[in-house]
Design a protein around this ligand. Structure first.
Ligand code: PA5
Length: 447
């Protein structure tokens, strides 16, 4: 696998017998998952990478993406949570950091914008303003087809598209990714005749990046979805072994569980490349939504280093000892830059050194400092940042998350808690059917 787990630095925190004692529990979790007898077994569609990404569908996604890349200079992805975070993580991780500022001739894909992830008026208005004069295509993504944030965003964008291009042309520029038959979005897509892609029934939002949910936006951004899928498939094969000492995804899951048992409360995913900041957001949803239930679970946090070493670094080094780190380190950057000759700034010892090599030294320095500060550091190493490795990395985390959830004794595939705020919001917004709750909530707010 392009992903490799390095546990060398956690030895002071976990004894050999602790790993051994966990083996039977890991085997049990493995059987629950592979025999499909555990909680949430109806949502294991993500495990079979190639079946989900069947050839015919991949070809259709590529065709639609090619059309978008040819005609669009702005592509809006409307979705929230599991319907946006996967695509966002891959697109920011693998695209040019300043894509929208590049000269047109240097671009071979549209600028991608995300909408429907909140109710921010400024963001929404400013995006519409930025779209003026651009050739715009839209992918609206919602498994349920009824989530309020993307539904409202889509209503706004649909109105803008129809006003800008006329109703008929707008229809050709809107693609809907949703359930095969249910939901308001599906009804609307049928009525309008939008091209549609299906979110498989047996894949939950946070595990859906390798379905059309993630694949269409990723392909439209000019990233090879075949490489992404091939990387995930390689990881699928690599992480099928039941025995803990033969399966690195299970070792990561077991390590998290040991940390949790020892009283750690926070896991921080640290990256040394700002392009991976959105990857941290995807990872946080995967673990937070899968494990934060029944009063249990590690709190997933994320950081970009060395940036955050100048803000959170103090806390990590010397604050409350309730956290551990999962460090994601990329061996070699896609670009090289050397430190130029200079004068009087005290940096002559670095002249000619590669920035990437300095980043690596920063990683090593931090690893040892944090370990000395009693913050266990588990390391995930990837040789380079490309679609193949990214696919493998995402599958690694998904597989580990399923095992980790079963070790913890929770259902890693549901998310009942996210309904609470929605019910309150519907009531406060006056949605029909929520009248009683509205009265009760308003009384509390006016107390
Ligand atoms: O993981 C999840 O289930 C959530 O984050 C959903 O993906 C999110 O709420 C969006 O749901 P939908 O795709 O139905 O609009």
């Amino acid at each position: 696998s392009p992903v490799s787990l390095n546990l060398n630095y956690v030895a002071p925190f976990v004894a050999d017998h602790e790993w051994e004692q966990l083996c039977p529990a890991v085997s049990r979790a493995h059987h629950l998952l592979h025999a499909r007898t555990g909680q949430g077994a109806d949502f294991l569609g993500w495990m079979d990478v190639l079946e989900k990404g069947n050839q015919e569908e991949i070809t259709r996604i590529e065709k639609t993406a090619a059309r978008i890349r040819e005609y669009a200079d702005a592509f809006i992805v409307i979705g929230i949570g599991g319907s946006s975070l996967g695509a966002k993580a891959v697109i920011s991780g693998l695209s040019h950091s300043f894509h929208s500022s590049l000269h047109m001739q240097k671009k071979n894909s549209p600028d991608v914008f995300f909408l429907g992830e909140h109710f921010g008026s400024d963001y929404t208005c400013e995006l519409l303003e930025a779209l003026e004069g651009k050739n715009v295509y839209v992918n609206v993504i919602s498994k349920s087809g009824t989530t309020t944030e993307p539904a409202i965003a889509f209503r706004i964008v649909k109105t803008w598209m129809e006003h800008t291009y006329g109703k008929e042309e707008a229809k050709k520029r809107i693609i809907a990714t949703t359930d095969r038959e249910k939901g308001a979005l599906k009804t609307m897509a049928n009525a309008e005749g939008y091209e549609t892609f299906v979110v498989p029934d047996d894949v939950g939002g946070r595990y859906s990046v390798l379905t059309p949910v993630g694949l269409l936006p990723i392909a439209a951004a000019g990233i090879s979805i075949r490489d992404l899928i091939a990387g995930a498939e390689e990881a699928r094969l690599d992480y099928t072994e039941e025995r803990l000492n033969h399966n690195q995804a299970y070792q990561y899951a077991a390590f998290r569980y040991l940390m949790y048992q020892k009283g750690k409360q926070i896991e921080m995913l640290s990256v040394y490349e700002p392009k991976l900041a959105d990857f941290g957001e995807w990872w946080k949803q995967l673990y937070g939504e899968s494990e934060g239930k029944d009063g249990k679970g590690l709190f997933p946090a994320s950081a970009v280093f060395t940036t955050d070493l100048h803000s959170m670094g103090q806390y990590i080094q010397e604050g409350r000892r309730h956290l551990f780190e999962t460090v994601l380190f990329i061996g070699k950057s896609g670009n090289e830059i050397q430190i130029p000759r200079g004068d009087e700034d005290g940096l002559d010892f670095l002249t000619g050194e590669y920035l990437d090599a300095i980043n690596k030294k920063a990683f090593q320095a931090t690893l040892l400092a944090h370990t000395d500060g009693a913050v266990p550091n588990v390391i995930l190493e990837m040789e380079q940042l490309d679609a193949f490795s990214m696919g493998a990395l995402m599958y690694f985390f998904e597989k580990a998350c399923a095992i980790s959830g079963y070790l913890l004794g929770v259902n890693p595939f549901d998310q009942p808690g996210v309904e609470s705020y929605k019910q309150n919001m519907y009531a406060l917004l006056g949605k029909p059917g929520h009248e009683q709750r509205r009265i009760a909530l308003e009384e509390r707010l006016n107390e």
